[in-house]
Unconditional design. Sequence first.
Length: 131
Amino acid sequence: MFKPDTYKLTYTLDEVKKTFAQYKLQTAEKELLPELIRIVINNGFNAITGAYYLLLIRNATSWKKCTLTGLRPTDTANYYYSDLPIKGVKSLCVVYYDSETDKILIRIAPQFYIQSKIERENLVKELIKNF
């Protein structure tokens, strides 16, 4: 199986409100995402299906205009995958998120996304194993 180049980003808890938890970039192997991200619970007022949590990327001046993507569950607890646009191209993103901790770990395969569900699941499992 082909394995794309991936880059790890670490975010630490910055602020918690009733509707979101905000995280600030701590380390990045490659700067692919901005300094701030938020995790919110999917309230259903969007087109995203199959995701309990949503990831907001602070790439605009207002959070309402920022990139929003769903965190879809994997077979491994606290690991999620998503399709995240990096430089305008859908990219595979694997996220470790546990609401009880103060860190989020993200591994991104920039500008790489597998359309085949089975191949994508296999690659996500492989990325989780080597997280």
